[in-house]
Design a protein around this ligand. Structure first.
Ligand code: 1HN
Length: 354
């Protein structure tokens, strides 16, 4: 609900305001405005709930991806992506105020042409097998559940050399970049960037807890650009044998940059969690708007007042300061990405348990 006094400081006399309108109008001519009419809308007592909780059933979304395949190619569209819009933020290509979420589909034989941009991207594979993403001239083959990173301003193209469609989630930080008007983009002159390194080169360099002598890396993003699902899920299951689950998160692991132990991406926190069958989480809320993707399992999630049942491949979003509880009816593995890492760096982040 909005009215003409929204954001106005409570002590301001509403009647007396009428006599000040002439002043406000003259000030406006000089691009001046009274803070006391907007202060409490700018600096709120609690996070503004602009984004809404939402659940995207993959069963309902998939036919639209298929239809998009018939309607447009990857050369014409550059990227064949259907944007997941937060219902509270329509027309803004936002899943939360700071994050983008889309579903990209690529058919056998297609190439999504090479380009680069300041915005960092993550891919989280939802369906298919054997398409590649090439990052700075090194290909990585992608499987369901793999978490793949495109660092800022790095050439990247994708191709599908398999016989199957492939679908992945694109998570990007361009709304953060655009808040600072810091966006640049360039297209590569060819469809694909030339191959500069053999597949697996980076994993050999940095993926086995060793580094080549004299190794250096001049980026804030992890050098590892594919965190394969098989290893992640194996580790999570092993944890259940000797660790206790976190009451709010279950068994949760964060993807990190092996060079410094920090978040794998400087602007997007990423994690995978396992909720064993029958496990229900204690209520939790934080200022980090979070996007979840279900890799395995079924259950339900309550976000604020809304409860959704989830199935594999479904996506749901938990906006800032909404209470979440999860209840797993079968062993559930959930990928999540959020703006937590940025908020922590800026001292914005808050969380409440229980
Ligand atoms: C982008 O570059 C990709 O490279 C996917 O696959 C989604 C959404 C907005 C802006 C750039 C990609 C994107 C994107």
């Amino acid at each position: 609900m909005t009215n003409e006094f929204d954001g106005m400081v409570e002590t301001v006399n509403r009647e007396a305001e009428k006599g000040r309108m002439g002043f406000y109008e003259r000030a406006k001519e000089e691009n001046l405005a009274p803070l006391w009419r907007v202060l409490h809308g700018l600096v709120t007592e609690e996070p503004k709930k602009t984004a809404l909780p939402a659940h995207f059933s993959y069963e309902k979304v998939r036919p639209y991806l298929m239809e998009a395949c018939d309607l447009i190619g990857t050369e014409e569209s550059e990227r064949r992506v259907m944007v997941l819009e937060n219902p509270g933020l329509p027309g803004q290509s936002k899943i939360t105020p700071s994050l983008f979420c889309g579903l990209q589909i690529i058919k056998p034989g297609e190439i999504a042409p090479a380009h680069k941009h300041v915005a960092s991207a993550l891919r989280f594979v939802v369906e298919g097998s054997g398409a590649y993403s090439a990052i700075a001239g090194e290909k990585t083959m992608m499987e369901v559940g793999d978490f793949v990173i495109t660092p800022s301003m790095t050439w990247h193209d994708h191709g599908n050399e398999s016989d199957d469609l492939m679908v992945w989630i694109d998570g990007l930080d361009m709304h953060m970049v655009n808040t600072f008007s810091a966006s640049f983009r360039a297209n590569y002159p060819e469809m694909s960037h030339p191959t500069l390194k053999p597949e697996g080169a980076t994993m050999a360099e940095v993926g086995i807890n060793m580094l080549p002598d004299g190794y250096s890396h001049n980026s804030k993003t992890s050098p590892i650009f594919n965190y394969p699902y098989a290893r992640t899920v194996e580790a999570l299951h092993k944890l259940t044998r000797f660790r206790d689950p976190d009451p709010c998160h279950g068994f949760k692991m964060n993807y990190i940059n092996p060079l410094n132990g920090e978040s794998a991406m400087p602007t997007i926190s990423t994690s995978m969690r396992l909720l064993p069958k029958g496990f229900s989480t204690k209520p939790f809320r934080s200022t980090a708007g979070t996007v979840f993707n279900v890799v395995e399992g079924e259950g339900s999630v309550t976000i604020g007042e809304l409860t959704f049942t989830y199935k594999p491949k479904d996506i749901f979003v938990v906006p800032s300061w909404y209470k979440i509880t999860l209840s797993a009816t079968s062993d559930s593995v959930l990928f999540a990405y959020s703006d937590q890492v940025v908020q922590e760096k800026l001292d914005f982040y808050r969380e409440l348990r229980g």
